[in-house]
Design a protein. Structure first.
Length: 185
């Protein structure tokens, strides 16, 4: 499995190998030992989530789960395509407030590791998109939060306003929000 690192410390893009023949392909999409080697730490996933979005332009995010139940996420697309966006909100990090955008698709098989301390969101680029992500802590409603998707000057590549949930539409702007993630890099 190949990996790519970014200018922001922590996130890693994983590229599984694909073995193709006339029947289709086979790919080993996750190996715990390869994951540990790439991150330099033993990460345990406790829950896996999946979302389905019917329309192009469905935007989910920017979400986080605060300490003491902060979540790391390993995100992949099972059908369709997304533009995945993560924002570093570790208060002491030199890259605080900086973001990454990564195109993920079912065809590419790529997976993005989003460490705790990052906002996470995505917008669909294809109809009937299915996104799955493993997480490192259980969902805790009292630690659930979001920041308004349009408050960081991120180019989501949208020609028309996105379809968003009520929670995402009424989330606080980044400028008025205080990050619960104090640990830096």
């Amino acid at each position: 499995m190949e990996t790519k690192r970014f200018s922001i410390y922590g996130p890693v893009l994983f590229q599984p190998k694909r073995f193709e023949d006339d029947r289709g392909y086979f790919s080993e999409v996750f190996r715990q030992d390869a994951f540990i080697k790439a991150l330099g730490q033993d990460i345990i996933f406790v829950q896996e989530n999946q979302s389905f979005s019917r329309e192009i332009g469905t935007l989910r995010g920017l979400h986080y789960q605060a300490p003491p139940h902060a979540q790391g996420k390993l995100v992949r697309v099972l059908a369709g395509e997304i533009l995945d966006v993560i924002v570093d909100v570790r208060q002491e990090a030199p890259t605080y407030g900086q973001y990454l955008k990564v195109k993920l698709s079912a065809d590419s098989l790529q997976q993005l590791w989003v460490p705790p301390g990052f906002l996470h969101g995505f917008v669909t680029r294809a109809p009937n998109t299915i996104v799955a992500y493993k997480v490192t802590d259980y969902y805790a409603p009292d630690c659930d939060g979001s920041v308004h998707w349009d408050s960081l000057d991120i180019d989501w590549g949208l020609a028309v306003p996105p379809t968003v949930s009520e929670k995402d539409a009424t989330a606080p702007d980044f400028a008025g929000w205080t990050s619960p993630f104090t640990q830096g890099v």
